[in-house]
Every structure is written in C-alpha cells, then in structure tokens.
Design a protein around this ligand. Structure first.
Ligand SMILES: NC(=O)C1=CN([C@@H]2O[C@H](COP(=O)(O)OP(=O)(O)OC[C@H]3O[C@@H](n4cnc5c(N)ncnc54)[C@H](O)[C@@H]3O)[C@@H](O)[C@H]2O)[C@@H](O)CC1
Ligand SMILES: [K+]
Length: 494
C-alpha cells in the first residue's frame, strides 16, 4: 500500500480524470458510496447523523454520503458551512442532487450547534487533501463545536484541518475514525498529526492502481513481508543464512550487545559473533549460540571479510579507540549497520561515509538523527519523511528513523513506513534488539530496503504479540519481545 502527500494524491486524482477518463463526479459518487458501506454496519435507523460539509471535493464526498444515507432511510442533516456560491464543480453537482432528494440542510451556527449536540454520529467532510492552513471563522467554530461533542466523529479522507504544513495548523477535527480514500496520506504517520485520525480504515474508490506506480513511499504490511522474507531452504546450511558480527558492549553497558545477539540468534542467522574488549567479556551473558571475537581483529581486513554484515555501536562507549574502530570498519567492503554510540562517533565526521562500496545502514532515534542531520528534534518530528529522504540521498545511506511509525529510507529516496509495534517498545534495549534483527534480515532478504523493513516489522509485530498474549506495554521487556519473534515469523510461514 502506498502512502502519499496531499499533492501526490491530487495528482493521481487528476491522472484518473484526464488519462483514464474517469469523471470527477463519478469518483466522488464512488467515494461517497464506499464510505456509506463502511459506516452502515455501525449505525441504526434511529441514529441522528449529521454531515458537516466544506466547500471543496471533500464536502462533495459528504454530499454523496448524506444523500445516500438519507435515501436508505436514516435520519440525516447536512450542515452547510459556506455560502452556495462557494460550492462549485463536481461538489456542486452533488449538492444540487442532494437538494433534489430533500436532505434537510442547516446553515446557521446556532442550529448547527443544536444539531451537533443531539447527533449520535458526525461525518466530517469539511476539508481533505486541499486544505491549506490556517483556519478562519466561521469554519473554526464548527471544528471547535465538533471537538466538544461526545458523539463519534468519522472523518472523510483526512481529519479536517490536518495538514503536512504543521506550522500552519490551527485547529483540526479529532476523529474517532478516519475513512481514508484509496491510500493513506503521510499525516497519518507523523507524530503531530497521526493522533487526529483515530482508527484508520481505507476505502477504495476505484482509482487505477497503475497511477500509483511512481510513488516510492510504501506502508509495509504483512503481504510485503511474506513476499520478501527469504524462505528457509531444505538443503540450506549455516553458511546459507550468513554470519553476522556484532561489535559493541562495554563494562557499563554490557546488556546492549547481549540484546543485539539475542535478536540476531532469534532472527534466523546462520552464525552470530560478538566482538567486544577484554574487560567486558566477564560481564556478558551471551546466548549459547554466539561466538566470541577479540577486538584485536578489527584491524585485520581478511579476518573481517568472513562476515556478511557487521553491526557496530550498541553499548560500545565513546572514545578515540572506538572511533578508530569505526573508521576501520567503514573502509571494509561489507554491509555495515551503525547504531547508538556508533552514530555518535560517525557524527564527528560524516564525510567518512563517502566512497564506501558496500551499503551503510544508520538506525537513529530522533535525537540521534538531530545530532547527525543538524535539524531540531521538533523539525524532525513534523517533517520526518522529507528530512530523512534528503539525508539518505545526500550521504548515500539507508536510514531507519525509529519511532512509533519507523521510517526506512534508501539512498535513492524510496521510503517505507512501518505500522507494527506499540508503546511497550519505548524502552532501553529495544533498539539494540532491533539492530540484531535487522542485521540478520540484511543477509537474507532482498532488496536491502525490504530486508530492513522486514526487521522493523518483525520487531514491532513480536511486541504486538507479546501484548496480545502475555504482557502489557508496562512490563514487557526487549527480552520478552525477542521471545515472541517466533510468533511474528509464524504469521509468514503458515
Ligand atoms: N477527483 C478528486 O479530486 C476527488 C477528490 N476527492 C475528495 O476531495 C478531497 C480533495 O478535494 P479538494 O482538492 O477540493 O480539497 P478539499 O475539499 O480538501 O478543500 C479545498 C477547498 O477548501 C478551501 N480551503 C482550503 N483551505 C481553507 C481554509 N484554511 N479555510 C477555508 N477554506 C479553505 C479551498 O478553497 C477549496 O474550496 C479529497 O480529500 C477527497 O475527500 C474524492 O471525492 C475522490 C475524487
Ligand atoms: K475531512
């Protein structure tokens, strides 16, 4: 499933109309009817349904919904928020039809307030992808009223007032559910705007699938994992599945590399090795399956060439010797995943990324990404797709920006957004586990961007299973999540 900016969605609507001869009023009819099909199981005839319609095509969708529900015998009122002359084009066609059907229309604010207060369901069709902030009166008062009532609000396509330009946002509808048309918009996954959506449901209006081909932003779902996860092979051996080296851990933080090692052995690695300094070994309790490698080998290029992936930085500590280790690895022709302290060391000189022949994967959380990119954490949170894309392209790296909806970006700027996981992952150690999982998937799944998305998906899905089956977001630990990886894998092989 693709994920789009408002501009991209508008372009696809135009393509459907121009290149595929799909009339705009027909698309609007499709949208309205598909939305009614989604709403109908939730309502009964005695419900009082209020549709709040704006001036554009989102309002047009609202006209179709109001008319269709009215025609099916529901009690429906339409709140018209703008004068007649502001309703034009396809929306006006459906407005005219709606009036012919005799749907009751409310135009005054006082009446609208009364209707909203007695409504049992409100349909928000004020604005969709064409909204540009800020919001002015009287529309702002309609939104304020909607946000005060207790009845559920179903927003059409986008909660009205939500915008990619977060700085221009004033008020927005807090939807109970958003019935997203055809494909989710990026605001559904941005920390500052996602909470307005409530529950998300996609409704198809029959837009041509091919029109979405040029969009290189994808929401990663189970079918994508199923097709890109490398199958286990009947005649495979440990060499088939790859040997990963995890470089990390220090006396103060031995657990980090332990969790990475646990993630790696539970994610299908052929062989897992850990490299740490002499002083740290006594503090490590590694899974039986993990091999130990002396840090002295970091200078030995031939020795390092036996690994298919090297992950660097989990609980490593920061000093000049560790920085030299990173420089040594950056010169090695092997896929490299850099996490945690490794990112801090890399941040001292990003030019070191230049000229690498093998892929480099960086796995920052927003604070680490702020350090690397020079953007503020706030700017990263409101604009995560564009800041990651420009960084990944500029530095030629794969980037995993960790968060509630982790965004994975390739050096070419293709992006994947993950939807698995829950607040149980917001704990120390989750990222270490993720690095272990991703570095193994990197050795097996193709292309590399998909392998990283699979790692992120499995990590989140394992935590979702943990919450469903045994734990809560309060008590679940990264070790518990590792224990649930089997459940996550099982969904793709059964
Ligand atoms: N063919 C299409 O383009 C289709 C569009 N659809 C719907 O149409 C929506 C997009 O339609 P539009 O591009 O008309 O955009 P919207 O309906 O989201 O809003 C644009 C309208 O609102 C006004 N407006 C924008 N910001 C405002 C502000 N701050 N204060 C007051 N007025 C403001 C604009 O002047 C314009 O009249 C989608 O979200 C979707 O719901 C669907 O009907 C499917 C087909
Ligand atoms: K809306």
């Amino acid at each position: 499933m693709k994920c789009l900016t408002s501009k991209e969605m508008t372009q696809i609507d135009l393509t459907a109309m121009k290149d595929y001869n799909m009339p705009g009023d027909m698309l609007m009819e499709n949208a309205g009817r598909s939305i009614v099909a989604q709403i109908e199981p939730d309502i009964v005839k005695r419900d009082q349904i209020v549709v709040v319609a704006g001036p554009g095509n989102n309002g047009g969708d609202g006209f179709v919904v109001a008319r269709e529900l009215y025609n099916r015998g529901y009690r429906v009122k339409l709140i018209q928020t703008v004068p007649n002359e502001k309703i034009t084009g396809d929306a006006n066609k459906h407005f005219t039809i709606l009036k012919k059907f005799g749907v009751p229309i409310v135009t005054s604010m006082s009446e609208a307030e009364h209707e909203l207060k007695s409504a049992t369901l409100v349909i928000d069709a004020l604005f969709g992808t064409g909204y540009v902030g800020p919001m002015h009166e009287p529309i702002q008062s309609y939104v304020d009223l909607m946000n005060q009532i207790l009845a559920p609000i179903y927003s059409i396509d986008v909660p009205s007032g939500v915008s990619e330009d977060v700085d221009s946002m004033t008020v927005a509808v807090k939807a109970t559910k958003t019935l997203i048309i055809e494909a989710p918009k990026v605001t559904a996954y941005i920390e500052t705007t996602a909470p307005y959506y409530g529950e998300k449901t996609i409704v198809s209006i029959g837009l041509p699938y091919a029109a979405f081909h040029s969009i290189s932003r994808t929401v990663w779902l189970a079918p994508q994992v199923q097709t890109s996860l490398m199958p286990r092979q009947q005649f495979g051996h440990k060499g088939t599945y790859g040997h990963v080296l995890l470089v990390g851990g220090n006396v103060a933080m031995p657990g980090a590399v332990q969790l990475s090692a646990l993630g790696a052995v539970k994610s299908g690695a052929g062989l897992v090795s850990v490299m740490t300094d002499e002083a740290t070994w006594p503090y490590l309790q590694l899974p039986y399956e993990v091999m130990r490698t002396s840090v002295d080998y970091i200078m030995n290029k031939d020795f390092l060439s036996k690994y298919q992936v090297i992950a660097f930085g989990m609980g490593l500590g920061i000093d000049d010797q560790k920085e030299r280790m990173l420089h040594q690895l950056l010169e090695q022709d092997v896929p490299l995943l850099i996490d945690a302290d490794g990112l801090t060391l890399l941040g001292r000189d990003l030019r070191r990324l230049e000229g690498r022949n093998s892929p480099t994967v960086l796995t920052p959380h927003p604070k680490e990404f702020a350090m690397l990119s020079g953007h503020s954490v706030a700017a990263i949170k409101v604009n995560p797709f564009s800041v990651t894309k420009s960084f990944a392209k500029k530095h030629g790296v794969f980037l995993i920006l960790k968060g509630a909806n982790t965004i994975i970006t390739s050096p070419r700027g293709e992006q994947i957004v993950n939807t698995t996981g829950n607040s149980g992952l917001s704990k120390g150690g989750s990222g270490d586990l993720l690095s272990g999982i991703c570095s193994v998937r990197m050795m097996q799944d193709k292309p590399l961007l998909s392998s990283l998305a699979n790692g992120v998906f499995l990590h989140g899905a394992a935590c979702d299973f943990a919450i469903k089956q045994a734990y809560t977001p309060y008590d679940v630990t990264p070790t518990d999540v590792a224990g649930m990886l089997g459940e996550a894998f099982r969904t793709f092989i059964e």
